[in-house]
Write a protein that binds this ligand. Structure first.
Ligand SMILES: Nc1ncnc2c1ncn2[C@@H]1O[C@H](COP(=O)(O)OP(=O)(O)OP(=O)(O)O)[C@@H](O)[C@H]1O
Ligand SMILES: [Mg+2]
Length: 224
């Protein structure tokens, strides 16, 4: 469900997911949000997938390094789902229960994009696996940083960073991811704020901060 400034949060739990193609600026935005939230003394947890737990770190190196053993798309789906199930149980749910605002860099929407739209696995099957892995833990809002994936890959290539084997996929793969994310934003019952990620870092941060502040204001457990 696409949202705008007039959207009202109800029964929110304090869970925000940032999604988007590689190089769209997710990690950059999360660092900014972390600074703002720490300054405002909001108890916050920033986490990323894959890799937010000890098991997740092992899975992350398997999943993002091309030197690893060959894997089928279905095996890949279950590896990401294993990371997610661990992450939800070990990190996200305890933090939400402790009243923290949780900001997560990629979530089940990336699985639907990469393994569903990208690898072209059956979408219903991917959704079923995702549903089991997230254990009912759905975000209040997904901030989708949308941009042409070619430009995102170019941004990433301009600086040394952890190797991500998905970036070796052809451009058509990344174009399917973008299309998938936008389709989810329209179709899923979860609120999506789509931000044009080609804007300046400041503009992107401003729009994302506004929705997080709105969530905090309208949330029962979190106070500004
Ligand atoms: N709005 C922006 N305009 C221009 N460059 C940006 C913007 N946001 C981020 N960048 C730069 O683009 C590169 C990729 O940003 P970042 O690592 O935040 O993307 P990401 O979405 O986390 O990528 P990945 O999916 O690979 O983790 C970095 O060099 C970052 O400084
Ligand atoms: Mg990142």
């Amino acid at each position: 469900m696409l949202i705008d400034d007039t959207f009202q949060f109800s029964n929110s739990r304090g869970f925000v997911v940032i999604e988007g193609v590689n190089g769209a600026g997710k990690s950059t935005l999360l660092s900014h949000l972390e600074r703002v939230l720490v300054e405002s003394q909001i108890p916050t947890l920033i986490t990323r997938q894959p890799g937010g737990t000890a098991l997740g770190k092992l899975l992350r190196s398997v999943l993002l390094e091309s030197e690893g053993a060959a894997r089928t798309p279905l095996a890949e789906l279950f590896l990401f789902a294993a990371d997610r199930a661990q992450h939800v149980s070990e990190v996200i749910l305890p933090a939400l229960r402790a009243g923290k605002l949780v900001l997560c860099d990629r979530y089940s929407f990336s699985t639907e994009a990469f393994q569903g739209y990208g690898r072209e696995l059956d979408l219903d099957g991917v959704r079923q696996v995702n549903e089991i892995a997230v254990q009912g833990c759905y975000p209040d809002v997904v901030i989708l940083l949308d941009m042409d994936p070619a430009a995102g890959l170019k941004r990433n290539a301009s600086e040394p960073r952890e190797h991500d084997s998905f970036e070796d996929e052809e451009l058509s793969f990344h174009t399917r991811l973008r299309r998938g994310f936008l389709q989810m934003a329209e179709d899923l019952p979860i609120p999506f704020l789509v931000i044009d990620a080609t804007q300046t870092r400041e503009k992107v941060a401003q729009q994302a901060t506004a929705v997080v502040q709105k969530l905090l204001k309208e949330s029962k457990h979190l106070v500004l």
